[in-house]
Design a protein around this ligand. Structure first.
Ligand code: PHE
Ligand code: NA
Length: 467
């Protein structure tokens, strides 16, 4: 594998475009929607602490491995691993790690699109002024009536999937840069503005304490969830970052790039948490609200500030954009792979795969209403069942997909990627591709990759699967 190979899918204009694309991928619903509600469900600070540790010791090394492998391989993740394993005299079975990742990314997209659809629905709600002066009960009802309506959910899910497919069909390079350069900073500014509102609720410190004060006794329960979320939020373990790495110019430094992306992602998640929880407490809501958390609390904030409607519209547009730039990165690995494999046009390949995701997404749509009692992995009085009709226990379709991807597929994919980069890829190739400015850091980074990250993932995964 020559280091001068080029990608047939295009190349970013500069290192900055990779940072934009990777940050666009990383910053999304995971930060603004999922991180706060998971923190609520898992009881606050302990979860956040484990999450931050997982980002540093596991998430960033995996991101580094993916970026590096992608840039060396210059193809879709599957073919990148195939080529690099051949070059390293290793079994091409390694490429199955990318097949699993690619599948995981599509499964995530199937529910991600539904949730992004909620944001679209809220744009309309804000435009109509539905939230003026709203309180906790009203906001809860507004959310409830949305998710109980399968037709409304399907309409938004369809629209979002079309938006995603459209960008991918046109090619990732065109359009992405211009959009993200303007919109990502705007999203951040608005989050900070919301933080300003949460300061006025009188419950700001309560929110901060909830986020950062930890009770060690609570840690065990949150560990598995926190690691899964670290993968999810950084978009690693599925090949999304690897495929973007394949379009990264030669000269860019991988180490500092990865750090930048990880830092931005973390800052956005923590800002979202600090903006949301004070509102939760001020409105007398429970932090363990679940997936509805952001969609219930934010309207309260917007409904009670001057100009709230306008800000609300802008905010949900930005959330949609953040979700959009993440969604395209879920679709790209599979699309790139299938183009390489079949030689068919990007438009055709994208249409087929997006349609497939759309169909699976209908399962998530229905899991909030008509099929809410269709539960998987149920254990009740008479044992364990893969599937059961019940209103208690087990996981809905949405919860099952979320669980399978975040808790199992992403960590497993990430494990295989770091193992490949650390143990299969030639050490000199690795060093050459990394091209560190501060050479002395090399042993540190290399041992994070070879030992710390794999051991950490393995321990948590095994605990999960044997629990
Ligand atoms: N990182 C994205 C988020 O936080 C989600 C994502 C997961 C994107 C996996 C790509 C791949 O919203
Ligand atoms: Na994220």
């Amino acid at each position: 594998m020559s280091k001068d190979a080029v990608s047939i899918h295009g190349i970013w204009a500069s290192r900055w475009v990779f940072i934009l694309a990777a940050t666009g991928s990383a910053v999304g619903l995971g930060n603004i929607w999922k991180f706060p509600y998971m923190t609520g469900v898992y009881g606050g600070g302990a979860f956040v602490l484990v999450y931050l540790i997982c980002i540093c010791l596991i998430g960033l090394p995996v991101m580094l491995a993916e970026t590096l492998l992608g840039r060396r391989g210059r193809q879709s993740p599957v073919n990148t691993l195939k080529t690099l394993s051949r070059y390293s005299n290793a079994s091409s079975a390694w490429s199955w790690a990318a097949v699993m990742g690619m599948t995981g990314a599509l499964l995530i997209l199937s529910f991600y699109s539904v949730v992004a659809g909620w944001a679209l629905d809220y744009i309309v709600g804000m435009v109509r002024g539905e939230f003026a002066g709203i309180d906790g009960d009203g906001a809860g009802q507004r959310f409830g009536s949305l998710v109980s309506d399968p037709v409304r959910l399907t309409v938004w899910h369809t629209l979002f999937m079309l938006l995603t497919g459209w960008v991918i069909a046109r090619g990732v390079v065109a359009g992405l840069e211009r959009t993200l350069r303007i919109l990502m900073p705007m999203l951040f500014v608005l989050l900070v503005a919301l933080l300003g509102y949460s300061l006025t609720t009188g419950h700001f410190m309560e929110g901060v304490r909830f986020l950062f004060e930890f009770d060690l006794a609570k840690v065990p329960d949150g560990i598995l969830a926190a690691m899964g979320h670290a993968f999810f939020t950084l978009s690693v373990g599925v090949g999304s970052i690897m495929v973007f790495g394949a379009y990264m110019p030669r000269k860019a430094s991988i180490g500092s790039t990865v750090l930048t992306v990880g830092l931005l992602d973390t800052v956005v998640a923590l800002t979202a948490g600090m903006a949301l929880f004070p509102v939760v407490f001020a409105a007398g809501l429970q932090p363990n609200e679940g997936p509805g958390l952001m969609f219930v609390t934010l309207p309260i904030a917007f409904g009670n500030i001057a100009g709230g409607n306008l800000f609300g519209v802008v905010f949900f547009v930005l959330v949609t954009v953040a979700a959009w730039s993440s969604a395209i990165s879920m679709l790209e690995p599979a699309v790139a792979f299938w183009i390489e494999r079949s030689g068919r046009s990007r438009v055709w390949v994208t249409s087929v795969i997006a349609l497939l995701c759309w169909v699976v997404g209908l399962g998530t749509v229905l899991s909030f209403n008509v099929l809410a009692d269709a539960r998987f992995f149920v254990s009740d009085a008479d044992g364990w069942h893969l599937f059961r009709w019940t209103s208690e226990g087990g996981m809905t379709f949405f919860e099952s997909i979320d669980y399978l991807t975040s808790r199992i597929m992403l960590p497993l994919g990430g494990l295989l990627f770091v193992l490949f980069a650390g143990w299969v890829l030639d050490r000199d190739v690795f060093r050459d591709e990394l091209a560190l400015k501060y050479r002395r850091l090399f042993p540190l980074i290399y041992s994070l990759l070879r030992y710390v990250a794999p051991a950490g993932i393995l321990i948590i995964l095994v605990t999960e699967l044997t629990k």
